[in-house]
Design a protein around this ligand. Sequence first.
Ligand code: DX5
Ligand code: ZN
Length: 217
Amino acid sequence: MPKLIAASILSADFTRLGEEIKTVAAAGADIIHFDVMDGHFVPNLTVGPMVLKAVRKITKLPIDAHLMVANPDQVLEDYIAAGANYLSVHVEVCHHLHRTLQKIKQLGAKAGVALNPHTPIASLGYILEEIDFILVMTVNPGFGGQNFIPAAFKKVSELQEIRAKHQLSFMIEVDGGIKVDNIQQVSQAGVDIFVAGSEIFHSKDYSETIKKMRQGM
Ligand code: DX5
Ligand code: ZN
């Protein structure tokens, strides 16, 4: 499986969002990570399907919509219709996760499940084979620029072991606090997709930062 970098536009300059996305794509990002926050599930409010639709028009890169919302079942269709290729919902707010995953896949996107730092892998119970990717939150969701929570190493390693043992094919994505300085250690735990926001968008040269990240992956 190739290892991929997903640039989180949460830390981009929103007054120049189109330019920022073009720059980060030219700098070598593999995926655009699109953080949706509703002010209920997380204490912050960001962007919705209208902005995703606009982003879709200016990039060919896959868009990874991370729904940090209390009612994902009611809104996920809007994000896929707007152009999301990957879509993750938080297990903490999905009462019928199996049905939700089926719906995402029927609508044509890759189906992901996000786990908050305290949420056990066991919450995915018996539906691991239905999942295209698992998003391990390595910070508490809601804000960019926070520090990586070290307990996530264990969670990623365990997921990787479960995947190998049962010959499953889900990808493992990490989100939060991913930096040039820790990406190697995180990668060794068995990660496929690395989300990075502030590390890329707060750096002077996106291309240089992405290159350094890849050296550690
Ligand atoms: C946090 C978001 C992340 C955020 C990561 O809730 O889900 O995608 O942008 O930001 P950094 O890379 O700055 O920790
Ligand atoms: Zn995210």
